[in-house]
Ligand binder design. Structure first.
Ligand SMILES: [Zn+2]
Length: 457
């Protein structure tokens, strides 16, 4: 459902999109009111939740709007959730604990804007669960009708008093999971009751049942947000780590504004810098931290920092603007493995369909989706490792599409194999998006030193 400018890049899972995510989030916020602790903490960023509630449907997408450009995966993947989950029960139930904790962490240590993004990821899984076909694990044509046959304008819960799901982290998380189990029962019952009517294409008797699910989902959402607000103040740690990064200069309308990511190696901490490059983690528990900066074309390890209790450390500003090789790819040399030691940050691994056999299965490592400007020629460059074994060498190419959607038909460029180091791809209406793909039976860094995709003007 494309109802916000922000969502102009939302295509990923629309086939299975429960329509009223935004209305449910808004109804919950209305019931909480402006004096709720969460709304006070997020301030002006509270209203962003109504858009960010779509976050998990935007997986692998570049989100680009007026005041921000970032990849949704920066607030979907982290060391406690290293892959994308399905949004139907039972798979979606695995998201509750890790995203609840991560959202709470963001509320306590990151800017309200970043916290709103992570809360949005959690809210997506929460609100999707309440959709009758999601709760009852129904896919196929019934799914879409069942979850969209309602008038979203009717989703309001005036007078509802949000409940505290627990007064400390552990009891609140357990209370949230119990509340979700109750929501699943609630919506599953409605799915079973309306299924025959959906199959017979009778919309009228279905609508009130789907609305009941949407209203209960709004109540659960209000409880969750209210609880997060109460817990936010109960964080531990009183140290601060802050800094500033000047991003690499890129001649690219969107990626020149991509928010720089900062992770603290071997921890669950990460954040996106503001548009002016500043970032902070506050409060953090005392300890030693290893900040790493990730921006297009560069992963930069900063010296370790020792934070003692109550201290505040401002790192020296890091200026990456002299790095002008124009590479649009993040983690181009595969050095960043913060999300998972089995993977490479900013690269998504998947099994291509119809390619079986061999001692090891073929995998495709997909780089992030890059908007290609019409008429601009981009150069893909691979630096091969000279010491690499000749066997099982990868093929590297650029997959282009008219739209970033999964169902937009792809076109493969020519292939680079060891010995070949360069090819070009020109942006056009049919090639408006490009993704570097590394097809290999091993890990990409066995044979490849680094990959670059950059405009040639
Ligand atoms: Zn979804």
């Amino acid at each position: 459902m494309l109802r916000f400018a922000f969502l102009s890049l939302l295509f990923a899972s629309t086939a299975f999109a429960w329509g009223p995510h935004s209305e449910i989030a808004q109804a919950a916020l209305d019931a909480m009111g402006p004096d709720d602790l969460l709304a006070k903490h997020l301030g002006a960023d509270t209203k962003r939740l109504v858009q960010y509630v779509w976050m998990a449907d935007n997986r692998q997408q570049l989100l680009s709007k007026g005041d921000e450009v970032f990849y949704a995966d920066d607030v979907l993947l982290f060391p406690a959730a290293t892959k994308h989950y399905d949004h139907l029960c039972p798979a979606v139930q695995q998201t509750y604990s890790p995203y609840f904790r991560r959202a709470l962490q963001a509320l306590r240590t990151e800017s309200p804007h970043n916290a709103a993004r992570w809360v949005g990821s959690l809210l997506h899984f929460t609100t999707d669960t309440g959709s009758p076909p999601h709760a009852a694990s129904i896919s196929g044509p019934v799914h879409s009708k069942m979850e969209n046959w309602l008038n979203a304008k009717l989703i309001h819960i005036p007078g509802y008093k949000p409940q505290l799901l627990g007064s400390d982290d552990a009891s609140a998380e357990a209370g949230f999971i119990r509340r979700m189990e109750g929501l699943i029962d609630f919506s599953k019952q409605r799915a079973e009751r309306c299924r025959a009517d959906v199959e017979a294409d009778r919309r009228e008797p279905v609508e009130p049942m789907v609305l009941e699910s949407a209203l209960e989902t709004a109540r659960v959402t209000a409880d969750l947000l209210h609880t997060l607000g109460v817990l936010t103040a109960k964080g531990n740690g009183d140290s601060t780590l802050k800094g500033k990064v000047i991003a690499p200069k890129l001649d690219h309308p969107q990626l020149s504004r991509l928010l720089v990511k900062i992770v603290l190696r071997d921890t669950l901490y990460s954040t996106l810098a503001s548009e002016d490059g500043t970032f902070s983690f506050a409060p953090l528990p005392a300890g030693e931290y290893h900040p790493v900066i990730s921006a297009p074309g560069v992963v930069k390890d900063l010296p370790p920092v020792k934070l003692s209790a109550g201290s505040s450390i401002a790192l020296d500003a890091v200026d990456l603007s002299a790095k002008t090789d124009g590479n649009l790819l993040r983690n181009p040399d595969f050095k960043l493995r913060w999300v998972s030691a089995e993977g490479f940050d900013h690269w998504n691994s998947r099994m291509p369909s119809g390619r079986l056999g061999g001692p090891k299965p073929v995998r495709e490592w997909e780089g992030e989706k890059i908007p290609l400007q019409p008429g601009i020629t981009n150069r893909l460059t691979v630096r091969w490792k000279s010491s690499a074994p000749a066997a099982e060498a990868p093929e590297v190419f650029v997959l282009t599409k008219a739209k970033p959607a999964y169902d937009s038909p792809p076109t493969d460029s020519a292939m680079l194999t060891p010995g070949k180091t360069e090819l070009t791809v020109t942006g056009s209406a049919d090639a408006a998006w490009g993704q570097v793909i590394i097809r290999t039976r091993g890990a990409p860094d066995t044979h490849i030193e680094s990959v670059s995709l950059s405009a040639t003007h």
